[in-house]
Ligand binder design. Structure first.
Ligand code: SAM
Length: 234
């Protein structure tokens, strides 16, 4: 199995499943270390955690895997290989012996919102992205399911199955996103702006946590899973 965009969640799941060998790829050395720490006791000598970039044509050259997992990889590409998203599925194709599983998140930041829940989740995403941009970092960019299906077909895959999973956002998400903002603020040169953004962050955290508490989570949006198989090249 190839975990093409690895992280603690996908590796915890994969190391608990029945596999012959796992290769995990990340573009981030700190992610590689975190994953290693999280699964160290169950890692076998055949399992590998590799630091690499899918934009590098030599990464895992000539290696094929029964199963390739792209678990929230597409949305993260912007941070590592911006503008490479349209190439991702073609780049992975030679490595897919059996099935490619694409797990993704419907975009919620640059989307017109029609419900109170949607507006609040989008507000969290926009404030987070504003902090990241002002700190000189690149925010994630999620892609919708129809883009993924188009892109998979154009890259020579047959789509076998699609499932959607409604999301209920909880306190961990709210705190995670707001803490991500706070961590970037020391990088801003305009200290007045940083201070004012810190106030915004805490006010939004407070509002969002109150809604999570009142409604047992904020129901909005969906994740998707697509199962695809490479079609023979004619
Ligand atoms: C959202 S994170 C991890 C999701 C993960 N599956 C989990 O369980 O948490 C996305 C991963 O994709 C990796 N990634 C993004 N762009 C990449 C690229 N161009 N080459 C290699 N890895 C990349 C990141 O380094 C990170 O490990």
């Amino acid at each position: 199995v190839l975990d093409a965009g690895t992280g603690i969640n996908s590796m915890r799941w994969l190391t608990g499943a029945r596999t012959a060998a796992i290769t995990a790829v990340t573009g981030s050395s700190s992610m590689a270390q975190n994953v290693r720490d999280a699964v160290a006791p169950v890692l076998r000598p055949v399992d590998r955690i590799l630091l690499g970039d899918w934009a590098d044509p030599d990464l895992l050259a000539s290696e094929r895997f029964d199963t390739v997992l792209a678990d929230y990889l597409l949305g993260a590409i912007e941070g590592f290989a911006p503008y490479f998203q349209d190439q991702l599925f073609a780049r992975l194709r030679p490595h897919v012996g059996g099935r490619l599983y694409v797990v993704g998140l419907e975009p919620y930041v640059n989307v017109e919102q029609t419900t109170a829940n949607g507006r609040l989740i989008a507000e969290i995403g926009r404030l987070r992205d504003a902090c990241l941009l002002l700190a000189g970092h690149r925010p994630y960019r999620e892609y919708p399911l129809d883009w993924v299906l188009r892109s998979l077909r154009a890259a020579g895959y047959a789509v076998e199955e699609v499932r959607r999973f409604p999301i209920r956002w909880r306190a961990r998400f709210v705190n995670g996103q707001m803490d991500m903002c706070l961590k970037r603020l020391p990088l801003l040169t305009n200290r007045d702006l940083a201070e004012s953004l810190a106030g915004e962050v805490e006010a939004l955290r407070h509002r969002a946590l109150a809604m999570v508490e009142a409604e047992g989570g904020i129901a909005y949006g969906e994740d998707y899973v697509v199962v695809a198989r490479p079609e023979p090249i004619r």
